[in-house]
Design a binder for this molecule. Structure first.
Ligand code: GUN
Length: 287
């Protein structure tokens, strides 16, 4: 078997075009332009790239964006004061604090300062709790993007064995909760898992977000598996690869995401989705 490749770039493009239309309609009908504020503290090079990409995706889709740049030594109180001002600004429907933050800043304290109705990253404890009980309005963007890819490809979830490799707060844990909500049988593996292959071979759907290039080889999956590779790793020779040995595994899988061009383009697309949804809800709350 050779897998069909899931074209995340094309799916993201299609969704962004739909959002752009909804944004035009929202402005025409209610005079509201969705707005997002991104807070970037310090000059982490990877964060600079992520933030630039987020802002240009907003511009292309018609979302107004505001970048709040603070120096690496900005006091925590200043970050909190900026969040307070954005919470009170009706033109801002989404607030995102780019992670990681410098070590002197208390991350949970900062994330919990964001108004839950503007928490487009879904990282506030309230939204994490909402995800646990199964009624979140802001699913975290990366696992939400994976869910949309699976939905687009009509992959059945209910009753399937899903194995998630990686237990981070940003991807693995919320991913597992979202798939549980869809009534999959979910297993989470992580750094301390012994005999990883014993678990991954059970998967009908395998989601890998470990940050280890080439972690998953063909002998670790069963024939016909659906493979979603969330990893983005830069090799010493400059190549960008996922956590799955793509050339090896694609001959055994039925569907597989490439890196780049699989999950990556969907993450920012879900940020646009969450920001637009927040703006639409703000209008609905007024009428
Ligand atoms: N840093 C790495 N991924 C993310 C993300 O999804 N959101 C934010 N805010 N920071 C990140």
């Amino acid at each position: 078997m050779t897998a069909r490749i899931i074209d995340g770039k094309a799916i993201a493009k299609k969704l962004r075009a739909e959002y752009a239309e909804r944004i035009v309609a929202l402005k025409a009908k209610h005079g509201v332009v969705p707005g997002i504020a991104v807070i970037l503290v310090g000059d982490n090079p990877a964060s600079e790239v992520y933030v630039r990409n987020k802002i240009s995706a907003c511009r292309e889709t018609g979302i107004h964006s505001e970048l709040v740049r603070l120096p690496a030594d900005a006091p925590e109180a200043e970050v909190l004061a900026r969040i307070d001002a954005l919470n009170a600004d009706p033109a801002v429907h989404g607030i995102l604090v780019q992670l990681p933050l410098p070590p002197h800043i208390d991350v949970p304290k900062v994330l919990e300062r964001i108004d839950v109705s503007k928490d487009v990253d879904g990282f506030h404890l309230y939204n994490v709790g909402a995800l646990v009980v199964g009624n979140t309005v802001f699913p975290p963007c990366t696992p939400f993007g994976v869910q949309k890819l699976l939905e687009h490809e009509n992959v059945p979830i209910e009753g399937r064995n899903v194995v998630v490799v990686g237990a981070s707060n940003i991807v693995g844990k919320p991913m597992a909760l979202m798939l549980m909500k869809q009534e999959a049988t979910v297993c989470i593996c992580h750094k301390k898992t012994r005999n990883l292959g014993m678990f991954t071979r059970l998967a009908d759907i395998l989601v890998v977000a470990a940050g280890v290039p080439g972690l998953i080889s063909a002998d670790m999956v069963k024939e016909g598996v659906v493979v979603i590779d969330v990893g983005i790793n830069r090799l010493p020779d400059g190549r960008l690869v996922g956590d799955v040995d793509f050339e090896d595994v694609r001959h055994k899988a039925s569907l597989i995401t490439p890196v780049p061009g699989g999950v990556g383009p969907m993450t920012i697309t879900m940020l646009l989705h969450n920001t637009l949804g927040s703006a639409e809800r703000s209008v609905a709350a007024k009428v």
